[in-house]
Design a protein around this ligand. Structure first.
Ligand SMILES: Cc1cc2nc3c(=O)[nH]c(=O)nc-3n(C[C@H](O)[C@H](O)[C@H](O)COP(=O)(O)O)c2cc1C
Length: 149
């Protein structure tokens, strides 16, 4: 299986999650920053996972640009999943979250959404990640791999 994890990260927390996910999939899985990926080359992957910090209820500009540059219908036949990092407070719930929006776009481009959007929690805007989140990310990724078999 060829897996790619595309992420953005301002303070490093989402990057840590992306790397934990890649590490849990297989040795060939790569985690790349959105700016380092050519959206027209996604066709070569079997599994695409996209993750972003939630900022103002949305993915970051780099992830939004990456998503909008994915050619229409080009994710047909590719399994896709989305995650974000976010606060756990109820206050920000009204704005929505990045993962749901990412998942919707990936699906809209033809991807086969293989898991519900997932959230990983930070203690503050700059982090750190809540305890146990790296392990939970690895388990989430392993669940996705299993569901593909
Ligand atoms: C400008 C800004 C806006 C944010 N907006 C939200 C938000 O709407 N909802 C939320 O849950 N967290 C919000 N956060 C917290 C971020 O999700 C948190 O900074 C992020 O998970 C850290 O990931 P990173 O280290 O990869 O950048 C915001 C943070 C910043 C800096």
């Amino acid at each position: 299986m060829k897996a790619l994890i595309v992420y953005d990260s301002v303070y490093g927390n989402t990057e840590k999650i992306a790397k934990a996910i890649a590490g849990a999939i297989d040795a060939g899985a790569r985690a790349l920053r959105a700016g380092d990926v050519n959206p027209s080359e996604l066709k070569t992957f079997d599994l695409l996972i996209v993750g972003s910090p939630t900022q103002g209820g949305r993915p970051t500009p780099a992830i939004r640009e990456f998503l909008s540059n994915i050619p229409r219908a080009s994710l047909k036949g590719i399994d896709v999943a989305a995650f974000d990092t976010r606060f756990s407070t109820k206050l920000v719930r009204v704005f929505g979250y990045a993962a749901e929006r990412i998942a919707g776009t990936l699906k809209g481009k033809g991807g086969n959404l293989i898991a519900p959007p997932e959230a990983f929690f930070v203690e503050g805007a700059k982090g750190p990640l809540r305890e146990g989140e790296l392990e939970r990310a690895a388990a989430w990724a392993q669940g996705i791999v299993k569901s593909r078999k």
